[in-house]
Design a protein around this ligand. Structure first.
Ligand code: ZN
Length: 299
């Protein structure tokens, strides 16, 4: 099997997308201070993860809350009990995620835990110029729990955004404090880690046992579920990198799917027109690699 070459895009390199977002008035620099920090001049002090600066709390309560703040689209945040949300929310910061942005680099410190509200994110194992997706993630989860389980906050995987989106992020040390004090957060983190191990095992099996057509069908459907859209804005090259196959193989298979009326393709864009048809062609990993949301929501 041929493994595609990979050229990662760092934060800040996707200037075109950022400029477009600026023109639309929706740009938020992920490195700029949060609104709370700008208002207070510094991050709120805390004791065991509990904010002690009453002025910060008053400000948070007094200022109008956006729809996103009032009800995060991220299912983990949306499912938190009130007391847990009250402790964590003052530390959350909003950011935009750009296509190709590396949120965590493997082997490097991951100071932020991301809670995606939208977009499609891949967890990738890479070595040199080779890489393969070991798990797909979206608003149903957070990234990455493995950093919290270790004594150091080094990410074992590369975490890369496939499509633009929005997210909240939390300083890694805040989540670690919550992990140590709150059994619910501990359960969420451990369950996420168990889910990730399951995803990695299933991905290894899928890579060895199933055809490009089966795997591509499965990947498109799982991406569609996470984006909640029939339109998937990714390139053939990006899909090939995630599946660990040649780009020509992806292009040929997509052309065949298009001839069968399953989808349409344009530059950097795939529109699924017959999801049921793709379901029939997807490998049996479809369900196993679908979503951890059901498991996480039962905590
Ligand atoms: Zn499979």
């Amino acid at each position: 099997m041929a493994i595609a070459e990979y050229a990662p895009t760092r934060i800040g390199e996707n200037a075109g997308a950022r400029d477009e977002l600026r023109r639309n008035g929706t740009h938020h620099d992920p490195h700029s201070p949060d609104e709370n920090e700008r208002a207070n001049g510094s991050q709120s002090p805390s004791r065991n993860g509990v904010p002690t600066d009453l002025s910060a709390l008053r400000l948070a309560v007094s200022r109008p809350m956006s729809r996103e703040e009032a009800r995060p689209a991220n299912r983990v945040l949306a499912g938190l009990p009130f007391d847990c949300w009250a402790r964590i929310s003052p530390h959350l910061k909003r950011c935009l995620i750009f296509s190709g942005q590396v949120l965590h680099e493997s082997g490097e410190r991951a100071g932020r835990i991301y809670f995606p509200n939208s977009g499609l994110i891949s967890l990738v194992k890479h070595q040199g110029r080779h890489q393969i997706e070991v798990a797909m993630a979206g608003r149903e989860t957070f990234l990455s729990a493995l950093c919290v389980l270790q004594n150091h906050d080094v990410s074992p995987l590369r975490v890369i955004a496939q499509t633009p989106g929005t997210a909240f992020w939390l300083p890694q040390n805040v989540l670690r404090q919550e992990f140590e004090r709150d059994s619910l957060i501990r359960g969420l983190v451990l369950q996420h880690a168990a889910w990730l191990m399951e995803q990695m095992a299933q991905s290894a099996l899928c890579c060895c046992a199933h055809t490009v057509e089966e795997r591509l069908s499965r990947w498109l459907l799982n991406a569609r579920d996470r984006l909640n859209s029939d339109e998937i804005c990714v390139t053939h090259a990006a899909i090939a990198q995630m599946l660990g196959v040649r780009r020509s193989g992806v292009t040929m298979t997509l052309c065949a799917f298009a001839q069968q009326g399953l989808l349409r393709t344009a530059r950097g864009r795939i529109l699924i027109e017959n999801a049921a048809g793709l379901e029939q062609r997807a490998c049996s990993c479809r369900e196993a690699l679908y979503s951890p949301s059901q498991k996480l929501s039962t905590l």
